[in-house]
Ligand binder design. Structure first.
Ligand code: GUN
Length: 289
């Protein structure tokens, strides 16, 4: 069994991004700028947004974190997004999800300028993924594909099973695995006899949001297991994943730990996406001169 070291793999990607940031600064005299908006005090979001700011600092990307009150109206949030859209000095905009009740995530995502959509959540970018036209890829699925590649796992011809069908992870990673020529099955809460499906997997991606739900008896020997979960163990209150690491790891050929697996890779991909947005905007402005 091999533990996929997301921290080490993400450190390499961040070093590459830092190099790109230096080149951009030399060419255009400024670094990429990522604006992150958090609404309210959801404890997980507080940690995620702080980690994003830290990563920006590491790679030399300018970061502005905007914290809005829990009671902020949808209209005020949309105004903030529009202000950032219009600001030529901002290259990337990320609104941390989930948003408080009463604010439409759909409207907020639609409002983000698609050229600054570092999350790849805007309908234009989602369509680009599904139609294979140029687009920004969502960070977590992109990070998962990079973890597989760095581990020497080629999805081509393999049976891949994804648990979860969210817009953020399950659906886009299923599409990316399909594009990498895997045979893909997507499971969800209504799937009948989940263990029989997961046992057929050569690659198993778990993005269910349920602590330790995949146990050793649910995977076949030699499976590659990617755990997207960020949960609390109900017994110990410790951070854990959707995969019961202790029983699954002995069966797996490769497995990502939590923490230190998918999480750091998501953030490194966000840095890469921000650099890509900045490059596209600055090179584009250069061409129109
Ligand atoms: N909440 C959980 N994951 C994500 C993500 O990738 N992007 C944003 N904006 N919010 C999230």
């Amino acid at each position: 069994m091999n533990i996929i070291d997301g921290k080490a793999i993400s450190a390499k990607l961040k070093a590459k991004v830092a190099e790109g940031v230096r080149e951009l600064r030399e060419k255009y005299g400024r670094e990429p700028h990522l604006a992150v908006i958090r609404v309210g005090e959801d404890p997980a979001s507080v940690v995620y947004v702080r980690n994003k700011a830290r990563a920006c600092e590491e790679v030399g990307i300018k970061n502005t974190t905007i914290v809005l009150d829990e009671k902020t109206s949808e209209e005020d949030l949309l105004l903030t997004v529009r202000r950032l859209n219009a600001d030529d000095g901002v290259d990337g905009i990320l609104v941390q999800l989930p948003l408080p009740e009463g604010i439409s995530e759909e409207k907020v995502i639609d409002t983000i300028d698609r050229s600054k959509d570092v999350d790849g959540f805007h309908p234009y970018n989602v369509a680009g993924l599904w139609q294979k036209t140029p687009h920004m890829s969502p960070c977590t699925p992109k990070g998962i594909m990079k973890l597989l590649e760095a581990s020497g796992v080629d999805p081509k011809g393999k049976r891949a099973v994804v648990i979860g069908r969210s817009n953020i992870v399950g659906l886009p990673v299923a599409k990316m695995l399909l594009d990498a020529n895997a045979t893909v099955t997507v499971c969800h809460t209504r799937t009948v006899d989940l263990p029989s499906v997961t046992r057929s997997a050569e690659i198993l991606v778990v993005a269910a949001g349920k602590a330790k739900m995949v146990t050793g008896d649910m995977v076949s020997p030699g499976c590659v297991v990617i755990d997207v979960g960020m949960d609390r163990d109900p017994e110990t209150n410790k951070l854990c994943g959707d995969v019961d690491f202790d029983t699954v790891a002995p069966e797996a050929a490769f497995i990502t730990p939590v923490p230190g697996g998918v999480g750091p890779m998501t953030i490194a991909c966000l840095m890469e996406n921000t650099l890509e947005c900045a490059r596209a905007r600055l090179d584009g402005a250069d061409r129109s001169l």
